[in-house]
Design a binder for this molecule. Structure first.
Ligand code: SF4
Ligand code: SF4
Length: 336
């Protein structure tokens, strides 16, 4: 194996590697995902949360029990909580308890504003399915238009934009609107969990969306938080010649992970339901087919946990550094 000195052959990689190395928090991060509640104010088409019955888990409302649960998670080693839903903006009393007790970020659909003044340092990630018309068609409401106004110029908010096979043409318009509102965007791809006709990716569509994401990153580097290698892995579902899927995924909950041989995985990671007991299979849902999964967080984690395998050529290592640097920005270890 080459040394780091052999592997770093350009200034950009050196700068990013130094930044990542200085942020000890990245390598020491122990994250898990938590459902804050089991309710939502939208019913998006293709939402795996409802189709996989995660909303049928009991909604534990006792804040003392929540505090005790957070303490037990911290004792388990968790130091970063990713709060999802249901919809966190509908349960601010619970967000208060999380915020007071552990570093956390919240994923929201953006329809109801989470008051920034109440959570000065919490990272908000707004889920986005397309432009205003797509949002109405796919989610029933123009959540995008609402959140653009609610979070305008918020320095700690970004959009997690899920691009679908039918909405590649809108990517630049949407990206520009996000930039005009003083916000940032990170892309992932739609996973056709429910087999909706016309929503499957094809080799041509993969190539088209990869070109589009690459072009956006080049054209709007201050708005788009991403990396070319991430785009490549996301659209080929392969990394260093290995296919992504169940036997490689790093984001399977540790509490239910019986895979043999055990792949490289996120240490201590669990995805836990709103009863603080149920462990979901992975960071998405048990009904998702791993062979067509395009989850962005699982993809970038897959690259990151396989650092050693990227330490064979300067190009592979630069790719690994790029993705880790992007991840560190998304999870607030490095400023935008
Ligand atoms: S906002 Fe999220 S949880 Fe709510 S319906 Fe849409 S995808 Fe599902
Ligand atoms: S559905 Fe996706 S995130 Fe879940 S285990 Fe499969 S590959 Fe991993």
């Amino acid at each position: 194996m080459l040394t780091i000195k052999d592997l770093i052959r350009d200034d950009d990689t050196k700068r990013k590697y130094e930044a990542v190395k200085a942020m000890v928090g990245v390598s020491g991060m122990r994250s898990s995902i938590y459902d804050v509640n089991n309710i939502c104010n939208l019913r998006c088409k293709g939402c795996f949360y409802f189709s996989s019955d995660q909303h049928k888990v009991d909604d534990q409302k006792d804040l003392d029990k929540l505090k005790a649960f957070i303490d037990s998670e911290k004792a388990r080693g968790v130091n970063y909580a990713i709060l999802i839903g249901g919809e966190p903006s509908l349960s601010l009393d619970r967000l208060d308890v999380w915020y007071a007790n552990v570093k956390c970020s919240a994923a929201t659909n953006g329809l109801k504003r989470i008051p920034r003044e109440r959570y000065p340092s919490m990272r908000f990630g707004i889920s986005l399915w397309g432009d205003e018309e797509d949002e109405i068609r796919l989610r029933g409401k123009n959540a995008f238009g609402t959140s653009l106004k609610s979070y305008k110029d918020d320095p700690n908010t970004y959009y997690l934009y899920t691009i679908t096979p039918q909405t590649i043409g809108a990517v630049e318009t949407v990206t520009k609107k996000i930039g005009d509102a003083g916000l940032r965007v990170h892309y992932q791809l739609f996973s056709n969990d429910q087999g909706v006709e016309g929503m499957d990716w094809t080799p041509d569509l993969y190539a088209e969306v990869r070109d589009k994401m690459d072009a956006m990153l080049e054209k709007y580097p201050r708005i788009v938080v991403s990396s070319h290698y991430y785009h490549q892995v996301l659209t080929t579902q392969t990394m260093l010649g290995r296919p992504f899927g169940w036997m490689e995924c790093p984001s399977v909950s540790e509490g239910v992970d019986t895979r043999e041989p055990r792949p490289k995985r996120l240490a201590g990671f669990n995805s836990i339901g709103s009863d603080y007991t149920t462990i979901h299979r992975c960071c998405t849902s048990v009904t998702r087919d791993c062979t067509t999964c395009h989850d962005g967080a699982a993809t970038m984690s897959w690259i990151m946990v396989n650092k050693r395998d990227h330490m064979t050529t300067p190009e592979d290592f630069a790719n690994w550094v790029d993705v880790t640097y992007m991840f560190a920005k998304l999870y607030e270890f490095i400023p935008w």
